[in-house]
Design a protein around this ligand. Structure first.
Ligand code: EPS
Length: 386
């Protein structure tokens, strides 16, 4: 089983993770992880912090000469901004820092509830870990998972389908959409819609507002039979939904036809089953199920749409109360992003890749990638002759 723990404050020294369960013999370089770290930093609507950071992975352990050892991986992303926060965030004993104290909770953020829960009078102690800065290390972990999935010819891609209500329908060809989206500032495959999205973000910026949206994540080429209906918490549908909802600011997730399927007759929803005698396999002409039936992969691409609320830090803030004075407060402007839906798609890929890699390891086991491949090939052969 793959598992990880991560740690790190947004303006601390860096973000770290220990990832256990990666089979030995997986080719892995910093470059293949950095690609996604760079993608996560991009997108129209990002704020000032991304001009400071240049996120790169450092393997502390578990990889030797570009190949995993089967040991836990130690992963590190250093924060460049730490240089500006050394004293404020210092772990040395001393009086609380008087600088950058936060007493004004942002509606929609973890600020107020976190402060009450943990007894913090300085909300900085909450926002440092609640911050979406944490997603950098999760993207790194997702990079390892993607490398493992690639050994089985599986890819995890994403693109933006909605920003603030400017939307584009789900594309017929996700891989093509993904390629086009990679060229777009908002990671949307339709250039006309992308331009409208940029314009909306620009107008939100002018008004001191923020925007959310929806991104779609697609897993290509999954084998039939990952996950199970046999126990509630092993349903892959549930695990993928939890992974998606574990990303900061996510408020909804749909699989396949999702909420729309609730509005239709069964005959309009369920994907007919055919048998292709030439290819010797069961096929579907539609994929309304989004690749999952009974919590199990059915061999069709997995399709998820994830809804992100607008960023909680507004340049024109909502009503709130200072926790020190209990008085309503006037605007204080904190550095923030306007819209991070394009970046959130990259994070979505990472968390879904992690769950998929885990499901692959569960089914095909193996201490080594070689062993996993043998088990995988034997199983695929079985499926072809079922
Ligand atoms: C982020 C880093 C943060 C924010 C953002 C995500 O940097 P800073 O707080 O120093 O500007 O840009 O975090 C949030 C939007 C949030 O609400 O916490 C990053 O690396 O992605």
């Amino acid at each position: 089983m793959l598992r990880y723990l991560n740690a790190g404050e947004s303006h601390g020294k860096g973000l770290m993770a220990v990832l256990e369960g990666v089979p030995a013999g997986l080719p892995l370089t910093a470059e293949c992880i950095d690609v996604d770290l760079i993608r996560r930093q991009g997108g129209y609507g990002r704020g000032g912090r991304m001009r400071i950071e240049k996120d790169r992975i450092e393997f502390i352990c578990g990889v030797r000469k570009g190949v995993t050892l089967g040991n836990p991986l130690g992963l590190m992303v250093w924060n460049k901004d730490w240089e500006n926060w050394k004293d404020i965030m210092s772990s040395e004993p001393g009086p609380p820092s008087a600088e950058r104290v936060v007493t004004r909770p942002r509606p929609g953020h973890a600020d107020l509830v976190g402060a009450i829960k943990y007894g913090h009078r300085d909300i900085r102690n909450v926002l440092e870990k609640a911050s979406a800065r944490e997603t950098a290390i999760r993207v790194a972990i997702g990079g390892v998972a993607k490398a493992l999935l690639a050994q089985f010819n599986m890819q995890v891609v994403s693109y933006t389908v909605d920003i603030g209500g400017v939307s584009v329908p789900s594309p017929d060809n996700p891989l093509e959409a993904y390629q086009l989206a990679e060229e777009s500032d908002v990671r949307c495959h339709d250039p006309e819609i992308a331009a409208k999205m940029v314009e909306l973000i620009r107008s939100a910026k002018r008004k001191g507002d923020s925007l959310g949206g929806v991104f779609e994540v697609v897993v290509t080429n999954p084998p039939i039979g990952l996950g199970t209906y046999a126990q509630w918490d092993r349903r892959l549908t549930a695990r993928l939904a939890m992974a998606a909802m574990s990303i900061q600011a996510m408020k909804g997730v749909e699989i396949g036809m999702g909420f729309e399927s609730a509005r239709r007759f069964g005959s309009q929803v369920h994907d007919d089953i055919y048998f292709d005698k030439e290819r010797n396999e069961f096929v579907r002409k539609t994929n309304n199920a989004g690749g999952l039936e009974g919590g199990i992969t059915n061999g069709q691409p997995i399709v998820l749409r994830v809804a992100m609320k607008p960023i909680a830090t507004l340049y024109t803030p909502k009503d709130s109360v200072d926790i020190a004075t209990k008085e309503p407060f006037e605007a204080t402007v904190e550095r923030s992003d306007i819209c991070t839906v394009p970046a959130a798609g990259v994070v979505g890929e990472a968390v879904i890749a992690f769950e998929m890699a885990n499901a692959m390891i569960e089914k095909f086991g193996g201490d080594t990638v070689e062993e996993m491949k043998r088990n995988f090939e034997a199983y695929q052969q079985y499926v072809r002759t079922f």
